[in-house]
Design a protein around this ligand. Structure first.
Ligand code: G1P
Length: 308
């Protein structure tokens, strides 16, 4: 078994009262440097790379909107202005499309800027996911909230975050999205030690960030959707740099688990890790094939390509 020390302190199990509130706020960490995707991300945010006809971050924002989220804080960093510009109005472009009678295009870009209330804060140093989430402390206040990692695009008719919200509504406790990862890949994920509850639902007995395969407590890896309670912030403030020298959300969650039960939901849907070049190409193809005007031609092209 993995060296998961120190053991969670369960003496304070009573913990703070968890408010049974609806989730209306979300945090989207988007300050990462995109080093897995160089040189494409040298001068443009990885979140703005298009998956077919939309920048990657728009899929995540649309998932949040579909789940009834009203306010989203995007945690950005230097060189990420394109994200703000994308969700802002573009008056000149609107006027040009209007004058050209391009109603469909006009509606689609207006929809982007009216989608949801977006707020921005800068993470001034790249100190890890836990530190990025901590940047949301005053925005979140005392509310439960959702976290979306932009590298994970999850495709399913019931958005992954809605699946987690259903668990939140039942248990009023933090919920993590998990999926089974190949054993050699545990070192790329937060891995949970699960206790099966029913079907896809687990209670998290413990969790560890990026364990080696031989130390992993299971193959259930955390993917980029979380429902968290505001108690995470004081724990993040006390969390020392962990795996990779970064302040890890997983380490703070481990301490939260001593105060509130944490649940994990093995979500339904196809997940694309678009921070990875191969997965990015697969995601682009998968979304392009959903476009009925492109489907037949693209399939024919792929058939020719693989026949070569
Ligand atoms: C982060 C988290 C990790 C999680 C992963 C999901 O790691 O720290 O626990 O499993 O996202 O994509 P990162 O991919 O930023 O290294």
């Amino acid at each position: 078994m993995t060296p998961l020390s120190p053991k969670p302190d369960r003496s304070s199990l009573a913990g703070p009262r968890i408010p049974n509130k609806k989730i209306t706020k979300a945090v989207v960490p988007a300050a990462g440097l995109g080093t897995r995707f160089l040189p494409a991300t040298k001068a443009q945010p990885k979140e703005m790379l298009p998956i077919y006809d939309k920048p990657a971050i728009q899929y995540v924002i649309e998932e949040a909107v579909a789940a009834g989220i009203k306010d989203i804080l995007v945690v950005t960093g230097r060189g990420k202005q394109a994200i703000e510009n994308h969700f802002d109005r573009s008056v000149e472009l609107e006027e040009t499309l209007q004058a050209a009678g391009k109603k469909g295009e006009l509606a689609s870009i207006q929809e982007i800027s009216n989608m949801v209330n977006l707020h921005y804060v800068r993470q001034k140093e790249a100190k890890g996911l836990g530190h990025a989430v901590l940047c949301a402390k005053s925005f979140i206040g005392n509310d439960p909230f959702a976290v979306f990692l932009g590298d994970d695009i999850i495709d399913h008719k019931k958005p992954a975050i809605c699946q987690l919200m259903a668990i939140w509504e039942k248990y009023h406790s933090p919920v993590l999205a998990v999926e089974e990862v190949p054993l050699p890949r545990t070192k790329a994920y937060g891995i949970i030690k699960p206790k099966s509850i029913s079907g896809r639902l687990y209670q998290v007995l413990d969790l560890v960030e990026k364990p080696k395969p031989e130390q992993a407590p299971s193959r259930l890896g955390i993917v980029g959707r979380y429902i968290l309670t505001p108690q995470i912030f004081s724990l993040l403030e006390k969390t020392k740099p962990g795996s990779g020298g970064e302040i890890q959300l997983t380490d703070a969650l481990r301490r939260l688990n001593a105060m509130q039960p944490i649940y994990a939901w093995q979500f339904e849907g196809v997940r694309h890790d678009i921070g990875n070049k191969l997965e990015f190409v697969k995601a682009t193809l998968a979304y392009a094939l959903k476009d009925k005007t492109a489907e037949a031609a693209l399939k024919e092209f792929m058939r020719q390509l693989v026949a070569q």
